[in-house]
Design a protein around this ligand. Structure first.
Ligand code: FAD
Ligand code: NAP
Length: 333
């Protein structure tokens, strides 16, 4: 769908933050347009059970996101399957160019591009990505029936992935660089009770070992962080779960960012360093990074955008507001 499309509020991203912003901006009669990006539904589509979404004792992540999308649509949000490749926040209206060639112009923008899995950066990790190395257990776990697997990391994601992978694997080794997990207590408890999981403390991944015909992983070399001793663990799958980095590439030279790339917002609000541009969810939150907090920030962003447009007296398509007007003090989260 090439061409040009104007909207009062452009929402970029379709995780809990984006869809919640879509619900609220629609109910404020702002006729928002939401561009979903490469991962419609966001990070929760890569997991199974979600047990901390209020109102659902247990819900499948992908199901929850389908419901959120339906809710936003039902309220009147226009949802477009496209990716924003370029965003110009230097002049009004703001301009966003999508993969399809469509150019969106917008009076206000809500950034909800979330976060993406981090990688260790090893050459051997890169060489076997898709051939035994993965960052998504729900996507790839099925391929490892009856096999031995390692998971790298000590947070909620690593522990959940290790637990999930026991549905397929004969053994899961959780490799962590410390001897203390940062995951929630309830998850640690489940991990420790699972007979298929063996934690390996004080170790880091040194190299993924594999073969090329057929291409696949055969083992990992791990290093003891104190002694430097290298040992080898046979395995067919390596799941890297060492956290996520904010997806702020679109705005890295245009907005103030925190160390680590998180978009800075005025405390207690979603206002960024450019008036009319709001940020919500994991993109701006290095601390909580939960579905419910992202949804909460999506709500805040829509309310902030509504107030901004009303205070600026910005009628649809009006391009007269000076960019410097009302710039927030960015003190950070
Ligand atoms: P995301 O969910 O990261 O979504 C970002 C969206 O932005 C995506 O739709 C993507 O397509 C889009 N996007 C990115 N770039 C562009 C672009 N250029 N153009 C257009 N769109 C773009 N939290 C919980 O509360 N409970 C859990 O049980 C839980 N389990 C988790 C399990 C796993 C495996 C992971 C990885 C995370 C889990 N989390 C959980 C954390 C939770 O998923 C995140 O906090 C939440 O999804 C963040 O929401 P978000 O809307 O900020 O962004
Ligand atoms: P995280 O909490 O940042 O944990 C990352 C883990 O990887 C840490 O244990 C860290 O070790 C380790 N690590 C980081 N870099 C490493 C490196 N280079 N080499 C070896 N190990 C490394 O990330 P996450 O587990 O992906 O969680 C992200 C957010 O999503 C969190 O806020 C989490 O609560 C949320 N989430 C929630 C749920 C849930 O609610 N059920 C599920 C999944 C994720 P150290 O501990 O030593 O720093």
């Amino acid at each position: 769908m090439a061409g040009q499309k104007h909207t009062r509020v452009l929402i970029i991203g379709s995780g809990p933050a984006g869809y919640t912003a879509g619900v609220y901006a629609s109910r404020a009669m702002l006729n928002p347009v939401l561009v979903q990006g490469i991962e419609p539904g966001g990070q929760l589509t890569t997991t199974t059970e979600v047990e901390n979404w209020p109102g659902d004792t247990e819900v499948q992540g992908p199901d929850l996101m389908v419901r959120m999308e339906g809710h936003a649509r039902e309220m009147g949000c226009e949802i477009i399957g496209d990716i924003i490749n370029d965003l110009d926040l230097s002049k009004r209206p703001f301009t966003a160019t999508a993969d399809s060639g469509t150019v969106f112009t917008a009076d206000a923008v809500i950034l909800a591009t979330g976060a993406r899995a981090k990688w260790l950066g090893l050459d051997s990790e890169e060489a076997y990505k898709g051939f035994g190395v993965s960052a998504c257990a729900t996507c790839d776990g099925f391929f490892y029936r009856g096999q031995e697997i390692v998971v790298i990391g000590g947070g909620n994601t690593a522990v959940e992935e290790a637990l999930f992978l026991t549905n397929f694997a004969s053994k899961v080794t959780l490799i962590h660089r410390r001897d203390e997990l940062r995951a929630e207590k309830i998850l640690i408890d489940r991990l420790m009770k699972n007979p298929k999981i063996e934690p390996l403390w004080h170790h880091v991944l040194e190299e993924v070992v594999g073969e090329n015909d057929p291409k696949g992983v055969t083992a990992v070399k791990v290093k003891h962080v104190d002694t430097g001793e290298i040992s080898e663990i046979p395995c067919k799958g390596v799941f890297v779960a060492i956290g996520h980095a904010p997806a702020s590439e679109l705005v890295k030279d245009q907005l103030e960012l925190h160390h680590g790339g998180y978009v800075k917002v005025k405390p207690g609000s979603t206002e960024t360093s450019v008036p009319g541009v709001f940020a919500a969810g994991d993109l701006t939150d290095h601390k909580y990074r939960q579905a419910v907090t992202s949804a909460g920030m999506g709500c805040m962003a829509a309310l902030d955008a509504e107030r901004f447009l009303a205070e600026a007296g910005l009628a649809e398509g009006d391009t007269t507001l000076p960019l410097g007007h009302g710039a927030p003090e960015n003190e950070g989260v």
